[in-house]
Design a binder for this molecule. Structure first.
Ligand SMILES: Cc1cc2nc3c(=O)[nH]c(=O)nc-3n(C[C@H](O)[C@H](O)[C@H](O)COP(=O)(O)O)c2cc1C
Length: 209
């Protein structure tokens, strides 16, 4: 089974963020063939289209875009703020999407986890983010869905990772499903490129015959 590099982006800057702890738990999991790295977004200056015209991009923009570009897949772990995506995460999405034509999100397989102490598990933020991903040409994993409700500090142990139980089991299942999703997308693309190259060679041979 192939190993994939996954960039995890957390939509909360809070030190004790529940979503960050879920992301950390995912990083600590073994046997899912995912090499997870957290990509920080708190230092990204607010996106301003004027930056696109500058030769020198803000240093955090350069670092962020490079980290996202290097990943095979993107996992978002986000809270819901006022039934939508937290501003800090929307800012990161916008930063990665520009300058026009050079989006680092393009074609990256993605998954979205939203977690909340509330009962609907950040459904609104999850789907608002999903909408942006569709526009950005990111194939987003559909199942299992991950609206994690009733998450609290009690869900985590002293190491800051999920305690054994149904929530940890679900996150483990998500990690495996995401591995398979990334594998499916990247493998299908490889096959298509291979077919296209073969057809091109055949067309050239026909031309030269
Ligand atoms: C500005 C703000 C808006 C919020 N809006 C929602 C909301 O729409 N839905 C929800 O389930 N929780 C909402 N919450 C509560 C968050 O889910 C809760 O604070 C959660 O712990 C934040 O995620 P984090 O622990 O990863 O920082 C809101 C919290 C804040 C600070």
């Amino acid at each position: 089974m192939a190993n994939y590099k996954i960039a995890i982006i957390v939509g909360s800057l809070r030190k004790e963020s529940l979503n960050r702890k879920i992301a950390r738990s995912m990083c600590a999991m073994r046997g899912d063939n995912l090499e997870c790295t957290m990509v920080e977004i708190g230092d990204l200056p607010l996106y301003n289209q004027d930056y696109d015209l500058q030769k020198q991009q803000p240093e955090p923009y350069v670092r962020f875009r490079e980290q996202v570009s290097a990943a095979d897949g993107i996992l978002f772990c986000t809270p819901e703020y006022n039934r939508g995506v937290p501003g800090v995460l929307k800012n990161a999405i916008d930063v990665g999407s520009r300058p026009y034509g050079r989006s680092v999100w393009d074609r990256k397989p993605a998954a979205i986890i939203s977690a909340s102490p509330g009962s609907i598990g950040g459904f609104g933020a999850n789907h608002e983010l999903r909408q942006a991903c569709v526009f950005l040409n990111m194939p987003v994993m559909q199942q299992p869905e991950a609206y994690l409700g009733h998450v609290s500090d009690d869900s985590f142990g002293e190491d800051g990772c999920l305690k054994d139980g149904p929530l940890k089991d679900l996150v483990f299942k998500l990690a495996h499903a995401f591995h398979d999703w990334v594998d499916t997308i990247l493998h299908a693309r490889e096959l298509l490129e291979h077919d296209a190259a073969r057809e091109e060679r055949a067309a050239k041979r026909k031309q030269n015959a």
